[in-house]
Design a protein around this ligand. Structure first.
Ligand code: URA
Length: 206
């Protein structure tokens, strides 16, 4: 972006990025969302969890993973013993994409162009936080971090994937996926797999 007069001045810290993103027009999603939801956690975090995009509550409150999916994530993090003080959470796409239906706002999956546009912010977060481990929660986050058009979770989960900055990527399911499983048995099984993936993350962090 060197020399482009339409580009904002260089962003020199995580705090500056969090302010600059409020003016983001890199894709049209800012038009209907309440606000951009930037990542949260210490700049010294060792692990960065990357979700898909803010949900309804995240959009309203301006914080990532505070709704039902966040609760599933928090429980798993606590259960496997990952130190919360070492965790940064964010999303591949920072604005809520939805379709209004009556009083409800129904989540819509961001498309490849939106994911690509927002990678600018994810890359900045990775650059400033420099986590040892990055965890992609679901296919959208995996697409963003791998720069691929599509990713099949079952094929890539469970193995560390080296990234170009020296960090390692783990890919697992999105916690909302666990919430959508209707039968208790299937839910428990998938929750176990999710926790096993996070336990691996904890081991790499140590
Ligand atoms: N789902 C996500 O992917 N991210 C959030 O922040 C909340 C729900």
């Amino acid at each position: 972006h060197d020399g482009d007069p339409n580009e904002p001045k260089e962003i020199a810290s995580l705090a500056e990025a969090k302010i600059a993103i409020e003016e983001c027009r890199r894709c049209p999603l800012y038009e209907h969302a309440t606000q951009a939801v930037f990542g949260e956690g210490p700049v010294s975090a060792e692990v960065m969890f990357v979700g898909e995009q803010p949900g309804d509550q995240e959009d309203l409150q301006g914080k990532p993973f505070i709704g039902p999916a966040g609760q599933v994530l928090d429980e798993a993090i606590e259960k496997v013993g990952i130190d919360r003080r070492k965790v940064y959470v964010t999303n591949a796409v920072k604005h809520f994409k939805f379709e209004p239906r009556g009083k409800r706002r129904i989540h819509q999956r961001p498309d490849g162009g939106e994911v690509q546009a927002c990678k600018f912010w994810v890359d900045l977060e990775r650059q400033f936080v420099r986590p040892k481990v990055v965890v992609a929660l679901g296919a959208t986050a995996a697409q963003s971090l791998l720069g691929r058009a599509s990713v099949t979770i079952s094929k890539v989960r469970g193995e560390p994937i080296p990234l170009d900055d020296g960090s390692v990527l783990f890919i697992t399911n999105h916690p909302s996926y666990l919430l959508r499983i209707p039968d208790a048995e299937g839910k428990a099984r998938e929750r176990g797999k999710f926790e096993a993936d996070l336990a691996m993350v904890r081991e790499v962090m140590e």
